[in-house]
Design a protein around this ligand. Structure first.
Ligand SMILES: [Zn+2]
Length: 115
């Protein structure tokens, strides 16, 4: 399951930082994840629950997720617009097909709480 490895990645990152800070129990993890990562929130939560059972640092911890939609910025006029389908992406203002993706590929820990 794809989500399982994303969750694993997030937990590893938190664990490393928590240990450096002397935190022994994490209560909540705040994860920012872009739609392009193709992760289902329910499966992320499920994976987090399952994995936290074997990792004492995370006993009873809650995973909070902020989903970021995919957004492009037009290279010609600078307009930012949402992208739902990658086939035939064009700027709604000027019709340009040249763009850069500015949002939607995120995967990082915004913060975490613990003691
Ligand atoms: Zn444009």
């Amino acid at each position: 399951m794809h989500e399982m490895s994303l969750v694993q990645y997030a937990m590893d990152a938190v664990e490393q930082r928590a240990m450096g800070m002397g935190i022994r129990h994490v209560r909540g993890v705040y994860l920012v994840i872009g739609e392009m990562r193709g992760a289902l929130p329910e499966l992320m939560e499920y994976g987090f629950r399952v994995l936290s059972r074997s990792r004492p640092l995370f006993f009873g911890a809650v995973l909070h997720m902020e989903l970021r939609s995919v957004e492009a910025q037009c290279a010609d006029c600078g307009r930012r617009y949402g992208v739902r389908e990658f086939h035939g992406v064009a700027c709604p203002d000027c019709g340009s097909r040249v763009y850069t993706l500015v949002q939607g590929n995120e995967l990082y820990i915004e913060s975490f709480e613990g003691e």
